[in-house]
Design a protein around this ligand. Structure first.
Ligand SMILES: Cc1cc2nc3c(=O)[nH]c(=O)nc-3n(C[C@H](O)[C@H](O)[C@H](O)COP(=O)(O)O)c2cc1C
Length: 312
């Protein structure tokens, strides 16, 4: 039997399948190399990198909830120099496309990161995490203001010729306005969602359960919200959308593809089952066989809405 074609395109970037690892849940690839066949992945998205190393937030930094987790890691990472010198050489020899996730407090941080990464061989794309506070704007999160999204995307676009993915926050009123601003700034694709803001309280000590009080909710709990946001965004922009949020099996991924995502990222599920992402790849091939599909691309945006009244 002919193997189904799982390949997809994100702008100029061709992936052998639509399954990427989500930033922050797969380290820099090497950490999971003994457990996961990295060659089976569509792409590896690295832990977010800042210009200089970050220690992250004080503990406790992770809390379990009934169907997901809360984290307030605080973007702990090794910084740009260590990423280029210590992490990239391993990833280069794997050969799987590598997407570098970047973060900053100022537009200049993003620009410095993008222009340095542009010169590093072996990178397939840059994913811009805009869920960080813009220090100059008084701590307002970049990703919540269309004007700031446009400005940061445009600045990064000018600093690199690599395919540019802008990663959106769900903590906004109108995701489509934010996505359109990213596209206007030159994004080749948008990925969504980052974590939803949440908190948890220990009722006996009466203290917050996270050292940072609030943190990001991820995992199965956020899937319906993420799916809705992906569907709305895919209808509002012309660039490919990458769906993220609570995807832990192929069926979850299929839902996002039907909603209009061209690719998906697997995040928290990897922390539960390190092989979740490659199992999603295998499950997508099974789904194609079951449904007689020659290519996974046949289901992208193929949600049937006939005879339904579609609200916004
Ligand atoms: C422990 C942890 C660390 C994360 N670190 C980052 C990060 O550095 N950069 C980023 O853009 N997203 C980060 N995220 C967000 C994930 O990439 C993803 O968008 C989110 O968790 C939703 O997907 P999921 O429900 O599949 O986990 C992190 C998530 C978790 C759970």
């Amino acid at each position: 039997m002919v193997e189904p074609d799982l390949s997809v395109r994100l702008g100029s970037l061709r992936l052998q399948n639509p399954v990427l690892t989500a930033s922050g849940t797969f380290g820099y690839g090497q950490e999971l190399a003994g457990l996961v066949n990295l060659h089976r992945l569509g792409a590896i998205v690295t832990k977010g990198i800042s210009l200089t190393p970050r220690p992250g937030n004080p503990p406790p930094r992770v809390v379990e909830t009934p169907c997901g987790m809360l984290n307030a890691i605080g973007l702990e990472n090794c910084g740009l120099d260590a990423f280029c010198q210590e992490k990239l050489p391993f990833l280069r020899q794997v050969g799987t496309p590598v997407v570098a996730n970047i973060l900053g407090d100022r537009i200049e941080d993003y620009v410095a990161l993008a222009s340095r990464l542009d010169r590093e061989p072996g990178l397939a794309a840059i994913e811009v995490n805009i869920s960080c506070p813009n220090v100059k704007a008084g701590g307002v999160v970049f990703g919540t203001d269309p004007g700031m999204v446009l400005a940061v995307t445009r600045a990064v676009r000018e600093a690199t010729s690599l395919p540019l993915i802008v990663k959106l926050s769900p903590n906004v009123t109108d995701i489509t306005a934010i996505a359109q601003a990213a596209v206007a700034g030159g994004a080749d694709a948008v990925s969504l969602v980052n974590t939803l803001l949440g908190m948890a309280i220990d009722i006996h000590s009466r203290r917050p359960r996270l050292g940072n009080v609030v943190g990001g909710l991820s995992g199965p709990a956020i899937k319906p919200v993420a799916l809705r946001l992906v569907w709305q965004t895919a209808r509002a922009v012309t660039v490919p959308v990458i769906g993220i949020g609570g995807i832990s099996c192929a069926e979850d991924a299929v839902e996002f593809l039907l909603a209009g995502a061209t690719a998906v990222q697997v995040g928290t599920a990897t922390l539960v089952n390190p092989r979740a992402s490659t199992e999603v790849v295998a499950g997508l091939a099974d789904y194609c066989r079951q449904h007689g599909l020659a290519s996974i691309r046949e289901i992208i945006g193929a949600l049937i809405l006939e005879n339904l009244t579609v609200g916004k």
